[in-house]
Design a protein around this ligand. Structure first.
Ligand code: ASP
Length: 579
């Protein structure tokens, strides 16, 4: 084709130049004997002007037709300062219709009120919208910066299988039936975890992969069934060295993509401290509003609702919202609901007005408790006090959710800042009352902290691990750990997770065997690429940075996947559907 320039390129200095442009019709206006058409391509939009000699040729042209327009660049009489090409237009001398287009189901422009499912059904049209194109360009830039950094640091990119054996990351597996082995299934990887560790056993020392992972989970705005991780593993590196390497990577990404110099090293918070102060293991520290401890104030309280909080593994904590006394009953009921949704059994709502503590719970407090509470929390007039009590984790999480809510609604932070931090010293295990067993907080390959090894049998919940998460603005960007590299310890870990010897052998026998052949100390992490892209493009949803995402119903509205299949295919796979 004869294209000489793209649609984002021409400026006032090009006036007088003969050009040929190609693009989609973004907009068309008829002004009597003149027709204006905005041509759009991935680079931008240029206005073209057709006079009476050509109006006949473009009379049937509609939105999204593709045109080739030849003409001369002229200065516009009414300039548009909002467009890079807004000083000029192209006075057409010839035009060819390259292709026609059906009327699109929605207008293709940055702002749209089309329903998301309509946009996803016609995703190829949705993706013509310049905002979405920019997001995917930014995503590509992020990946490029990552490749460059890792390459410069001697990492080797290795692909690992998609048809593999189950690897536990705490989600349900996607299974793929084997045609040649009736009744047998592959599992799609929840992550390449075991493979990357085996690459360390194999001696590669520094591995990475932009890896597709699959987890059968309920979808949320920040979850997709298939998603992409930047997966990394290193040998002979301390935890500190791994964190530093990762900081360097994120520093380069931020510089290349956003032009921002972020400060390193990132702040590090111990899991326990982050939970205590912010009620979250992925705290947004762009604003203060810390949780405050009231366990001592209520150590001897008679108040029934605080009973569980007084216990050894319990806590009693408060969140004080300055000038929050104005919230209505309906609003404070909403706060209680939010706390309950996040694990609290209830929420005590108090207001400090004219030097007096108000609220239905006050009558259960002793005079001393009221005094101590007021002084501990340094209450000021018109403060709102929200107190939760109970199991430590649940209570912290509940108040943490409220903290996030107030941070957002009271605009307590500058949304344009990027606040990176590490959470370290996660517990190794958590206990499920429901299943009556322990689960790994990270995954079963995570190495317990050497100092806590004596507690492994006596007090497993007190054992810390060498696991770490990197957090940005209240989102977990990624996480990883040092790994167990001793086969006996790995065997013991599976036992602690209540796997029988037979199960261990069947599921992980090959892996434990590999650890016996001189396994180097190693560790690594994975960054959620979709999430990094979401945050760096300021998007609300992961779907905005994935070309062809699933909707909230785990469906692809465009192709309709998942769909029923031909009975013959099922037969070949030895599968029968039971109603
Ligand atoms: N496999 C882990 C995950 O997907 C990351 C890691 O430990 O490297 O979360």
């Amino acid at each position: 084709m004869n294209r000489t320039h793209n649609n984002g390129q021409l400026r006032i200095s090009d006036v007088g130049t003969k050009v040929t442009l190609i693009g989609w019709v973004a907009k068309r206006r008829n002004l009597g004997s003149l027709v204006f058409i905005d041509l759009r391509d991935r680079y931008g939009i240029t206005q073209c002007l057709f006079d009476e000699h050509l109006t006949e040729k473009v009379k049937d042209v509609r939105s999204e037709y593709i045109l080739e327009v030849s003409g001369t660049v002229i200065e516009r009489s009414s300039k548009n300062p909002n467009m890079p090409t807004g000083d000029i237009e192209v006075k057409a001398e010839d035009v060819t219709v390259i292709n026609s287009a059906k009327l699109p189901p929605f207008i293709i422009a940055d702002d749209t009120d089309a329903l998301e499912d309509t946009r996803l059904k016609y995703r190829y049209l949705d993706l013509r919208r310049p905002v979405l194109q920019q997001k995917l360009f930014t995503r590509a830039k992020i990946v490029k910066a990552m490749h460059e950094y890792l390459d410069a640091n001697e990492f080797i990119e290795v692909e690992t299988p998609v048809l593999a054996k189950s690897t536990p990351e705490g989600a349900r597996d996607y299974l793929v039936p084997s045609r040649v082995h009736p009744g047998c299934f592959y599992a799609l990887p929840q992550s390449p975890q075991q493979f990357k560790q085996l690459l360390m056993v194999a001696g590669f020392e520094r591995y990475y992969q932009v890896a597709r992972c699959f987890r059968d989970e309920d979808l949320r705005a920040d979850r997709q069934l298939d998603f992409t991780q930047l997966d990394i593993e290193m040998s002979f590196m301390s935890q500190e060295e791994i964190l530093t390497m990762t900081e360097g990577l994120l520093k380069k990404v931020m510089k290349d993509v956003k032009g921002i110099d972020i400060e390193t090293p990132f702040r590090r918070f111990k899991y326990h401290d982050a939970m205590n102060m912010y009620g979250s293991d992925k705290p947004d520290t762009r604003f203060e509003l810390k949780l405050q401890d009231l366990k001592e104030v209520f150590a001897n309280t008679e108040f029934k609702a605080f009973e569980e909080g007084k216990a050894a593994r319990g806590t009693i904590k408060a969140l004080v919202v300055e000038n929050g006394a104005h919230y209505s009953r309906k609003e404070t009921d909403g706060f209680t609901d939010l706390a309950k949704k996040n694990g609290a059994k209830g929420l005590v709502v108090l207001k400090y007005v004219d030097g007096k503590l108000e609220g239905s719970a006050v009558k259960f407090f002793s005079e001393k408790e009221v005094q101590d509470l007021t002084s501990t929390l340094k209450l000021k007039d018109s403060d709102l006090v929200l107190i939760a009590a109970g199991d430590w984790t649940r209570t912290c999480n509940a108040l943490g959710a409220l903290r996030s809510y107030f941070g957002k609604t009271l605009h307590l932070y500058d949304p344009s800042t990027f606040d990176f931090l590490w959470i370290v010293d996660f517990p190794l295990l958590e206990y499920s009352e429901e299943d009556g067993r322990y689960y790994s907080v990270h995954h079963p390959f995570t190495r317990p902290n050497d100092e806590d090894l004596p507690l492994l049998d006596s007090d497993p919940l007190a054992v810390r691990s060498y696991a770490y998460d990197v957090v940005l603005n209240g989102y977990e960007l990624g996480g990883g750990s040092l790994r167990i590299y001793d086969c006996d310890m790995q065997q013991k870990m599976f036992e602690m997770l209540s796997l029988s010897d037979e199960e261990i052998e069947k599921r992980f026998g090959f892996f434990i065997e590999a650890l016996k052949y001189g396994t180097p100390p190693h560790g690594g992490l994975a960054l959620g690429l979709d999430r990094v892209a979401m945050l760096l493009t300021g998007s609300e949803s992961l779907r905005d940075v994935i070309a062809f995402p699933k909707n909230a119903n785990a469906k692809c509205p465009m192709s309709d996947a998942p769909t029923e299949v031909d009975p013959k295919q099922l037969e070949e796979l030895h599968i029968r559907i039971v109603e």
